[in-house]
Design a protein around this ligand. Sequence first.
Ligand SMILES: NC(=O)C1=CN([C@@H]2O[C@H](COP(=O)(O)OP(=O)(O)OC[C@H]3O[C@@H](n4cnc5c(N)ncnc54)[C@H](O)[C@@H]3O)[C@@H](O)[C@H]2O)C=CC1
Ligand SMILES: CCCCCC(=O)/C=C/[C@H]1[C@H](O)CC(=O)[C@@H]1CCCCCCC(=O)O
Length: 256
Amino acid sequence: MALSGKVAVVTGGAMGIGRAITETLLQSGATVVLLDVNESAAKSLLDDLHKVYGRDRTLFLSCTVESEEQVKAALQKTVDTFGGIDILCNNAGILNEGEWEKTVSINLLGVIRGTYVALQHMNKLTGGRGGVVINTASMAGLGPLLSCPVYTASKHGVVGFTRAMAAASKASDYGIRFNAVCPGFVQTDLISNTKLKLGQFSHLEDATNQLMAEMRMLAPSEVAACVLELATDETKNGEALMVFAQGKQYVTFPTL
Ligand SMILES: NC(=O)C1=CN([C@@H]2O[C@H](COP(=O)(O)OP(=O)(O)OC[C@H]3O[C@@H](n4cnc5c(N)ncnc54)[C@H](O)[C@@H]3O)[C@@H](O)[C@H]2O)C=CC1
Ligand SMILES: CCCCCC(=O)/C=C/[C@H]1[C@H](O)CC(=O)[C@@H]1CCCCCCC(=O)O
């Protein structure tokens, strides 16, 4: 029960990787607030979670990470209900090269928005308890996914933002660690019907499917286990933890 008494917020917590993160954090003793746009999936998940963990340790708040107003209201509600925030998992994301501005808006701006709003509650310099922010990036945040230039750009942005925030937080004594998890392909809805999601790069569907076939498809729980490691290992700040066929590996970046 490493996280007993801690309060976690998971964006995109209703499905896929976010759902696995929610379940893993609950198993580790945390209270989890899930923010999502998919109300039916969230409510059905909550019904299941209440049976296992009781009604007091989970809360669903309907919220799009595209709206600063909604994110602010959701995090304020979290603090009013549970007394603070210790862990933020900026996980919500989409893959849609056709709607590329929305992809940036959710995948990158959503992470920045969530982080800046949470900082107001978590920063030790402004009365917060400190804690940890874990962003779901991707291996596409470290190398190019050929059929998804904008998705790739958004995830490179998440990795860069995470590392810069980690350095800023350390230098400013915010008491908050910042880490990113970078999975390869994970079996979730995000990678279903890929052709429709590739927009002007739909001709690269076969190459994308080939890549998926070559890389072992991960289970959401494998990613969630890495998120738990980043949440509980207090030595980790500014890390990008890859999860891929061979297991997991902390990325070594060039030092300048
Ligand atoms: N599935 C994969 O192969 C990989 C996924 N990722 C990343 O993992 C994260 C989670 O993706 P998956 O679980 O695979 O996808 P998913 O589609 O299964 O789940 C995404 C969740 O985010 C929610 N969501 C979408 N837009 C939202 C918004 N504007 N505000 C709040 N919630 C929103 C959805 O309703 C859903 O519950 C994403 O950031 C994705 O880019 C990273 C590497 C690999
Ligand atoms: C410091 C070492 C970093 C190595 C990162 C890496 O292995 C990247 C590999 C990409 C390679 O450039 C060609 C690819 O397609 C790889 C990215 C695969 C991305 C899977 C993304 C799944 C998803 O987010 O949906």
